[in-house]
Write a new protein. Structure first.
Length: 226
């Protein structure tokens, strides 16, 4: 049995994985879908304003501590790739697999801001103008009303890595090819594909593959579980 910890991307909570969770659970695995600090409906302004990447890595590590989890598969979507990388680097060997679901794979000293492209830096800047301390979700016709303002500090804080994350035995990158005109992960895919320590999987979906193609995402996650 595998223990999965699912970390959402910007503006989202653990609910974004709702289509995937039952598929993993029906296969006999334990699943924890996190909503990060500052993204919870009950979080006040001070909580949102002070949450950063370290806060979110601590959310993951706190879950591992509370539940006594070991041999964990961390899955991070989009910004969540920053979080699972930081958490795995500090997890004292309790993480056995990382899955970056169309997600950032940061190197030491990078932030979400520096790792993304000009399109999304423009989005962050424009959508932070109103509140200052948080980036408002984009206004889209298909936008989920549950999306929350995302703490600015989380997008801006540089990750600090000791090298421990490189010891995680299995690392997967899922590349969503259905939004080629906007994706900020094309170069990341090329980088990890050239590294024998990674496996790359391509899905012909938009960015939110867990919503568009939950069966395909679950199939990748379950690959090494039997």
């Amino acid at each position: 049995m595998t223990t999965f910890v699912l970390v959402p991307g910007g503006w989202h909570g653990g609910w974004v994985y709702d289509p995937v969770v039952p598929l993993l659970e029906r296969a006999g695995h334990t699943v924890h879908a996190l909503t990060l600090t500052g993204l919870r409906p009950e979080d006040d302004v001070a909580t949102v304003a002070t949450a950063d990447l370290d806060t979110h890595a601590d959310d993951v590590l706190g879950l591992l501590d509370r539940e006594g989890l070991d041999d964990v598969t961390l899955v991070g979507h989009s910004y969540g790739g920053m979080v699972i990388t930081a958490a795995a680097d500090r997890a004292d060997g309790r993480v056995s697999r990382l899955v970056h679901l169309d997600a950032y794979v940061p190197r030491d000293g990078e932030s979400c801001w520096t790792a993304t492209n000009d399109l999304f830096r423009g989005v962050f800047t424009a959508r932070a103008a109103k509140l200052g301390y948080a980036v408002l979700p984009t206004e889209r016709a298909d936008g989920d009303p549950r999306r929350r303002p995302h703490p600015v500090a989380a997008f801006l804080q540089a990750i600090r890595l000791t090298g421990e994350v490189e010891k995680v035995p299995r690392r997967d990158f899922i590349y969503c090819s259905g939004w080629e005109a906007s994706t900020c992960f094309r170069e990341t895919r090329a980088r990890v594909a050239a590294d024998p320590g990674w496996r790359v999987h391509d899905l012909p979906t938009g960015h939110n593959a867990m919503q568009e193609a939950p069966e395909a995402v679950a199939a990748v996650l379950l690959e090494e579980c039997f």
